[in-house]
Design a protein. Structure first.
Length: 623
């Protein structure tokens, strides 16, 4: 949620900032703003409500705003409705904050995150004569920095450190001080931030795509650290104000990976990137002998043997990965698995079993609830395994073992390739765990790995025939309610398919375990209701067909997704999609693809913004 950028160097800052924000608009898009400074002249603030294009039009794509030092923000509202007053940047002075113009305030800044005690801090600042023009917690943070900066006549280092100590919550802050015209100051706690340095230029952003075209050399600022940025340099400090050393990390993503590359939407591009991403993720742990090697991620065979219980903790689509993986792990490795929603995990005071492991799944590696669950597990002395897509992210740095998915940048809010690479990571863990525990023979081990290696080509085959899904989506784009039913792993697939549909088409959809229909939910079926059944588990096939016939007899229109060979399903369903045969434990990777396409094409048929659905942002870095 929310995207931040910053630049200081020799070039005009505004066009660079706008370009960076365009790569981060998936993180928030209800308002945007910039502040740019030209040497000793006052900083200039420009803000606009709505999409980034509105801001760009105000400043002639950045050409009307002069200066080589600046920061920018694209917002996803938390405190206060989208408005000019609530848009970032915010200033420390007592002004309306409603538009554009020179800034004489001591401090101006932008913020990603949530200040939990902002109301308490606001009362303190009101008692000291400060006035507030917005409803945001960010304005409170900026004025708190100003308070310490002016009252105690502190420099930026001490003023920022004191502010960080007082604030509770999460933040990635970018600040500019009136008396320090050639500097940008940044601070971080539990919200993502990276800093790039190239030649005589320094960049800052909340995610890699914003700066990838300028530099591959980045620094990951740690939790409760802050930094002073000058052209071509970054200096880091701890809460004591002591300077600390950091080494840069090279980003291996290709800059073109963050572009649409001829596709109309990022989501469709990312659906088509799944075979490559899945293959890269698999081969990253597969050695020359086709053996899964987890030691490079910090997980030895001795570690695996001592595991008595697994907890998979995640949110959203990553949680759906966990639901599917539960069946696979318990089947192949015979390890008990609990799948937990990260947003609920710590609030039930979980009692974690000794010799268990907690697996945290997060695309960004910054998901607030998942990060909190990781820290709770470590407090109880339980070792953690992270499955993340971003090198150097908070979860990756704090976990005991890290499995990096190699999805590359995922821009569309609705995840596709990240979800499928997470599935591949979990399959690799399940197969290796079973082998180490002597539950899988050498012959079966080779079979499972061969099946995993076949997944990319089989997804390619699905993507060769998308016209039928497109036709069906156009037919049902005006549906009001759609239900998904399945059993076992098929139920996990339904959860993800339902989420894909609802988040980008705004059609109400729900996923149900098919066996639960008669326990109340069948009452929702009426004439014409679309019910989508997923049937990839042969042992459960007939039972799910029976459930589908139950809803059909009550007026439902049936769509089925199954594996090749189950052609009798056409006798019972109005429309059937087939996916290639594969080991049933790994069927989720294939069966989810038609459902991704269904959600995409329904959204397109309704004329909606596929990549930026309303009310949603890509990375949920606040609770």
């Amino acid at each position: 949620m929310c995207g931040i950028v910053g630049y200081i160097g020799e070039k005009e800052a505004a066009p660079i900032l706008l370009d960076g924000l365009s790569k981060l608009e998936y993180r928030g898009y209800d308002s945007a703003g910039l502040v740019v400074r030209d040497g000793e002249n006052p900083a200039e603030v420009v803000k606009a409500v709505g999409r980034l294009r509105n801001l760009a039009d105000k400043i002639d794509d950045g050409r009307a705003l002069k200066g080589t030092c600046g920061i920018g923000h694209t917002r996803w509202a938390t405190h206060g409705v989208p408005s000019q007053a609530n848009a970032h940047p915010h200033v420390s002075g007592n002004c309306t904050g409603s538009g554009s113009g020179p800034v004489e305030s001591e401090v101006v800044g932008v913020h990603n995150g949530i200040i939990e005690n902002y109301q308490e801090l606001k009362e303190k600042l009101l008692s000291h004569g400060y006035q507030f023009y917005s409803e945001t917690d960010t304005e409170v943070a900026i004025k708190l920095v100003d308070y310490y900066y002016k009252k105690y006549k502190l420099g930026p280092i001490d003023a920022i450190a004191k502010t960080m100590v007082r604030i509770r919550g999460s933040y990635a802050l970018e600040l500019m001080f009136k008396d320090h015209p050639d500097e940008i100051w940044v601070a971080r706690k539990d919200s993502p931030m990276i800093i790039g340095v190239e030649g005589g230029e320094t960049f800052v952003a909340s995610d890699v795509p914003a700066i990838l075209k300028h530099t591959r050399n980045v620094y990951y600022i740690g939790n409760l650290e802050f930094a002073r940025l000058v052209p071509g340099e970054a200096h880091f400090y701890d809460l004591n104000g002591d300077e600390i050393h950091k080494d840069p990390v090279e980003i291996t993503w290709d800059a073109a990976a963050a572009e649409k590359d001829g596709y109309e939407h990022f989501m469709m591009k990312e659906i088509h990137e799944q075979p490559r991403a899945i293959n890269d993720t698999l081969t990253s742990v597969l050695n020359d002998d086709d053996d899964i090697d987890l030691e490079k991620m910090g997980l030895t065979e001795d570690d695996i043997r001592e595991i008595s219980q697994l907890y998979i903790v995640a949110c959203g689509s990553a949680w759906h990965v966990g639901v599917a993986a539960q069946y696979v792990i318990e089947t192949l490795a015979k390890i008990p698995v609990r799948v937990e929603l990260a947003s609920e995990f710590r609030y039930r005071n979980p009692i974690l079993v000794k010799d268990s492991r907690v697996i945290l799944i997060s695309q960004s590696g910054e998901t607030a609830d998942t990060l909190a669950a990781l820290r709770l597990a470590k407090e109880q002395g339980i070792k953690t395994i992270a499955i993340v897509n971003v090198v150097g992210s908070s979860i990756a740095r704090e976990a005991d073992s890290v499995f990096y998915t190699l999805a590359g940048p995922e821009i569309a809010v609705a995840t596709t390739k990240a979800y499928n690479t997470q599935l591949m990571a979990m399959y690799c863990l399940a197969v290796k765990f079973g082998k180490v525990k002597d539950l899988i023979s050498d012959e079966d081990y080779k079979y499972y790995i061969k099946q995993l290696k076949s997944i990319p080509d089989k997804i390619e085959k699905i993507l060769e025939d998308t016209e039928r899904v497109q036709w069906f989506a156009s037919k049902y784009s005006n549906a009001k309610d759609i239900f998904f039913i399945g059993r076992g792993i098929d139920y996990a697939i339904c959860l993800e398919g339902s989420l894909k549909l609802k988040e980008i088409s705004y059609i109400h959809s729900e996923a149900y375990a098919a066996g639960e229909l008669k326990h109340g939910t069948i009452s929702l079926i009426e004439d014409g209701t679309l019910v989508i059944g997923v049937l990839t588990q042969q042992e459960l096939y007939e039972k799910t067909v029976s459930n589908m016939l139950e809803v059909k007899s009550r007026g439902a229109y049936l769509m089925g997704i199954t594996t090749g060979g189950n052609y009798d399903l056409e006798d019972n369903c109005n429309f059937v999609m087939y996916v290639p045969k594969i080991e049933e434990l790994f069927a989720a990777s294939l069966a989810v693809v038609p459902l991704q396409l269904l959600g995409y094409y329904v959204s397109c048929a309704k004329g909606l913004d596929v990549d930026k659905p309303r009310n949603l942002a890509k990375s949920v870095t606040v609770e």
